[in-house]
Design a protein around this ligand. Structure first.
Ligand code: FAD
Length: 395
């Protein structure tokens, strides 16, 4: 069997190199289908086929030892994404895979002859193949080579592609918001997203204020809901509770206790016990309260406005930051169109689809790579068995 890897980019694996801040978050210690969005029934079946344990062993067999971070994320012990990429490319060479960078595929057509297979048109000519594994990724960071053309290839072969939107992407806020003054500051926030008035997501985590708006894991994870709702022309609201776990009423009780115990303490110093002082200051100005006011003298109206802002702060999102900043794509080829045991297309025999081209996106933490490894493993096994018979499988 001969295997060729055609990649449009001049160097393969660009995304591996930029991933995880250059360290490549290979996978996550604990993994569940609920860490992903898409058809979770199918995702669950797929994930079961190649566990995190198998992934760790597989990387060890390639000479890449992984280490666990406190958060459960797994990284190469070298802390270098390059280690992961080099190991994968070396393995391709060991197995005799012909790696062809700078070979952008422009079309794939099923052969008309009785032998079946495909004709793959690329910028330097054509290649005939018995099976094709389409691993063209999504649309995030188009300059890496994944510019969405893979969806067009899939469409031409008869597949549907659901709306694709940026996910794991920072959100840009309206200029009127106070984000610029807090640029660089991180804090815990409970973020709620409502689409057409209905809550679709609620999660707690670290939010990073930036010069353009908000970022950080909690925002990145929630962003897909904003992008999808917006794409569908729906009203999307994003709220933050800056006192995660507390209701407005509980916050009020706490504030009143503080007013009894330390009546002369300023609003700023009081709230600085619960949220970063810079944020307390920005929030006071935003709702029109003087941060220096002694809490016992705070007018009730001001108090209620501030409490409402603390527990249900409206983030006026003007847009997501777009494909150049998105880590992944939400949407893609529907999972229902592939056989989840093999990742073979249900529409085109001997065509396999893996990774981000499929309608499945994971949250931050190594979940998207795990999806790529697992679907790649399944397709690799099945395609090999189909070409060589079972004894040829890649165990
Ligand atoms: C900045 C950033 C950081 C990330 N960090 C992490 C992380 O730490 N952990 C994690 O789990 N996930 C991370 N991700 C997500 C992860 O990188 C992707 O989910 C994963 O790379 C998807 O793998 P894939 O093989 O499906 O697609 P890709 O990695 O995008 O690879 C697709 C390949 O197909 C090639 N291609 C596309 N079209 C054609 C064509 N027409 N002809 C030939 N070749 C073509 C491209 O050149 C590319 O090499 C990150 C993503 C980004 C952008």
């Amino acid at each position: 069997m001969r295997v060729a890897l055609l990649d449009g980019a001049k160097t393969v694996g660009a995304k591996i190199l930029v991933s995880g801040g250059g360290r490549c978050n290979v996978t996550h210690e604990v993994l569940s289908h609920t860490d992903y969005f898409g058809n979770r029934r199918i995702i669950k079946h797929v994930l079961a086929a190649f566990s995190v344990e198998q992934t760790v062993k597989w990387f060890a067999s390639l000479g890449v030892a992984l280490k666990r971070q406190e958060t459960g994320k797994l990284f190469p012990v070298t802390d270098k994404a390059r280690t992961v990429l080099t190991a994968l490319v070396d393995r391709c060479h060991d197995l005799g895979v012909v790696v062809c960078p700078d070979h952008r595929v422009t079309d794939i057509t099923p052969s008309t002859g009785s032998e079946g297979g495909f004709v793959i048109h690329h910028i330097h000519g054509v290649l005939r193949a018995k099976t094709v594994i389409l691993a063209t990724g999504g649309r995030s960071i188009p300059k890496s080579g994944s510019d969405g053309f893979g969806y067009e290839l899939a469409r031409r072969l008869g597949h549907q592609v659901t709306a694709t939107v940026p996910a794991l992407v920072p959100l840009v806020l309206d200029e009127q918001m106070f984000h610029k003054t807090l640029s660089g500051l991180s804090q815990e926030v409970e973020l709620t997203t409502r689409v057409s008035g209905k809550e679709v997501d609620r999660r707690t985590g670290s939010l990073l204020w930036t010069h353009f708006g908000v970022s950080g894991p909690v925002v990145m994870d929630a962003s897909r809901f904003w992008s999808l709702g917006h794409e569908q022309g729906k009203t999307v609201e994003v709220y933050g509770n800056l006192l995660p776990g507390q209701t407005q009423e509980q916050a009020k009780v706490w504030l009143m206790e503080q007013a009894t115990e330390n009546p002369r303490r300023s609003l700023l110093k009081t709230w600085a016990q619960q949220i970063p002082e810079r944020c307390a200051e920005a929030l006071c100005s935003y709702v029109g309260c003087d941060p220096k006011t002694a809490i016992a003298q705070l007018p009730r109206k001001d108090r209620d406005r501030l409490l409402a802002a603390l527990t249900k702060l409206n983030f006026p999102v003007s847009r997501d930051r777009g494909w150049n900043y998105a880590e992944v794509t939400a949407g893609g080829v529907p999972l229902e169109e592939v056989n989840f045991r093999t990742m073979e297309s249900k529409l085109v025999p001997d065509l396999y689809l893996i990774g981000e081209i499929l309608d499945c996106d994971g949250r931050i933490g190594g979940f998207n790579f795990q999806w790529a490894w697992t679907t790649g493993f399944l397709a690799g096994q099945a395609a090999t068995a189909s070409v060589c018979g079972d004894e040829g499988s890649l165990r």
